[in-house]
Design a protein around this ligand. Structure first.
Ligand code: E4P
Length: 223
């Protein structure tokens, strides 16, 4: 139930070593940070991770989105490649069209700031929706209410669509989002690592290891 929100190869390698990451989510901004062209970058990511890799379509109109979706699917020809499509009006049309023609293509509806968009994306057949938690909060939108409402509607209507919440700036947001009912989340590497590496734990572990050393464990007889 955890995806990594990055295209940084070092971060993907380190996170993949835990074997608890289900896949990678990217967008044009994330790819631009790595300064490599989209196709080349995704080919590299495919080599170092086993999970699903979400690649976002560019374009405003349904025609532009469908054309870029076709490019993404034909360039990679890999069942691990999934599409990310923005959930505005044109995007919802594109999601439905792709699902009618190629049901097997996995689609994550993205750039979501409301419950309404989650409902339309689910009706169009999106497999996942990505509500943007931190960005909603920056705009004084009650992000956790969006998650609660969406989960209730999905459960009541028996939609198969899953909430894959995105846009996090601290681990508290991640936990609140999961408690509000998000099925899964995608998180940047620093927050992924910070979910385990708490300062208090690191201090406690340091003390245990110093005491183990004094006891003569770990190859060093000290007393
Ligand atoms: C992932 O799907 C989103 O594109 C991403 O999480 C947005 O995060 P940001 O708000 O940090 O840019």
């Amino acid at each position: 139930m955890l995806y990594l929100d990055t295209a940084n190869l070092e971060h993907i390698k380190k996170a993949s070593e835990t074997n608890i990451i289900q896949g990678i989510t990217t967008n044009p901004t994330i790819l631009l940070k790595e300064n490599i062209q989209r196709e080349a970058m995704i080919q590299e990511i495919l080599k170092i991770t086993q999970g699903t890799i979400f690649v976002q379509t560019a374009g405003e109109t349904v025609q532009e989105i469908l054309a870029d979706a076709e490019t993404i699917l034909s360039v990679f020809q890999d069942s691990r490649i999934a599409l990310k499509i923005p959930a505005h009006f044109e995007g919802v049309k594109a999601i439905k069209k792709i699902k009618m023609e190629k049901e097997e293509v996995v689609i994550l509806a993205t750039a979501i700031y409301s419950t309404e968009q989650n409902v339309l994306a689910a009706l169009a057949g999106a497999d996942y929706v990505a509500p943007y938690i931190n960005r909603m909060q920056n705009n004084r939108i009650d992000a956790y209410k969006v998650i609660r409402e969406t989960r209730k509607i999905y459960d009541d209507q028996q939609f198969l669509t899953k909430i894959l919440a995105a846009s996090f700036k601290n681990t508290g947001q991640i936990m609140e989002t999961l408690c509000a009912g998000s099925h899964t989340v995608t998180v940047p590497f620093d927050l992924f690592k910070n979910m385990a590496d708490k300062e208090l734990s690191l201090g406690a572990i340091r003390q245990f290891n110093e005491d183990a050393f004094v006891l003569g464990q770990n190859g060093e007889e000290y007393v």
